[in-house]
Design a protein around this ligand. Structure first.
Ligand code: KG4
Length: 337
């Protein structure tokens, strides 16, 4: 009998449902809320939850119709349990619980960032030891995997996530949300002329982005008060090379120390052109394999949740209906729910 996993993702501002049948993606529906949140310059959690609640059943139906699959045919329901926005996560998990109860299907809680890492399996098989550079709007961490489903966080941000920093820096420059996209675009037209701080430039694998963010906010406000013009392309280029440079330096050191065979990018910031180019070029003449996820699986999607859900199904990592969300679920604790 075919193994058919339905995945549900609602951790932030995308309502997404996908279906994986015997490891093949047969439906991948994403309803994004970006146009609504753009008006506020960032994700409004209450609005995100309400829009998920309005859209979830429509997106589930569209995925089933696309895949030509009935709920009765499913092997299990996989759903993002965390990390993410609490209200947004609740909508996905409640939908998954209802389907699990009504159709008597196993319920599989999936870690959102582990999902982003496993999205790389749509490109090629994972090879261990592996370094995952996990960079999104809510998280920045370096994760070593010695085998499947074995996650060790070797470093993480002490304050803001890199994507959050992109979004705040874009806002002070008057650029639209999500800030990573316009900053990446302008950075290509500018030069690295602004001197910016490089916090936690130390032997650890940890990161810090709040100092960099504050220094740019202060710099822009000071220049505005003095009537000076900010050179947007140059500031974008200086910021991007500093923010991504911090990740590249530490990731390349980890590759050596942990004798890594493969590096994968995961999360929304893995769409960044500078990160993608630099990680490939700096590892070009080595034996390290670099996997760059296609753009469609850098942003939030449920294909990655169904894909990882399929592996967790084989491990019988099922939850009962008393399960709840965990907005700050750690990746190395993913078996605990
Ligand atoms: O993983 P994601 O879709 O959402 C979660 O955080 O769950 O990541 C969104 C983040 C936003 O902060 C956005 O500004 C950033 O990814 N982003 C980028 C780029 N495209 C999106 N950051 C840098 N460069 C990009 N090209």
């Amino acid at each position: 009998m075919a193994k058919i996993i339905l995945g549900i993702e609602s951790s932030c501002d995308e309502t997404a449902v996908a279906i994986v049948k015997d490891e093949q993606l047969i439906a991948n529906i994403v309803s994004t809320q970006i146009a609504v949140h753009t008006k506020y310059g960032g994700v409004m959690p209450e609005i995100a939850s309400r829009l998920h609640a309005e859209n979830i059943s429509i997106v589930i139906k569209e995925a089933l119709d696309t895949a030509k699959v009935k709920l009765e045919d499913l092997s299990a329901i996989a759903v993002t349990r965390g990390p993410g926005l609490i209200g947004a996560l609740h909508v996905g998990i409640q939908a998954a619980k209802i389907l699990s109860l009504l159709y008597d299907k196993p319920l599989i809680p999936v870690h959102h960032l582990a999902g982003h890492i496993y999205a790389n399996e749509f490109v090629k098989p994972l090879i261990f030891p592996l370094l995952a550079i996990v960079v999104s709007g809510g998280n920045t961490e370096l994760v070593i995997m010695k085998d499947h489903l074995n996650f060790e966080i070797i470093g993480e941000t002490k304050d803001d996530a890199v994507g959050e920093c992109y979004d705040k820096v874009a806002r002070v420059m008057g650029l639209p949300y999500p800030g990573g996209i316009p900053i990446d675009k302008y950075a290509k037209e500018g030069r690295h002329t602004y001197k910016l701080p490089h916090p936690l430039n130390d032997k650890s694998y940890d990161f810090s982005y709040s100092g960099l963010k504050t220094s740019i906010i202060n710099m822009v406000h000071n220049m505005e008060q003095k009537g000076e013009t900010v050179n947007i392309p140059d500031l974008c280029c200086s910021f991007q090379e500093t923010a991504i440079g911090m990740i590249l330096d530490k990731a390349l050191r980890a590759v050596k120390e942990f004798k890594v065979k493969q590096v994968v990018l995961a999360g929304g910031v893995s769409a960044n052109s500078y990160l993608r180019e630099q990680i490939q070029s700096r590892l070009k003449n080595t034996n390290v394999d670099v996997v760059i996820p296609p753009m469609w699986c850098c942003t939030d999607n449920a294909a990655m949740i169904a894909k990882l859900g399929s592996r967790l199904y084989d491990e019988h990592l099922f939850a009962d209906l008393s399960i709840s969300v965990d907005p700050s679920w750690k990746i190395d604790d993913f078996r605990n729910f």
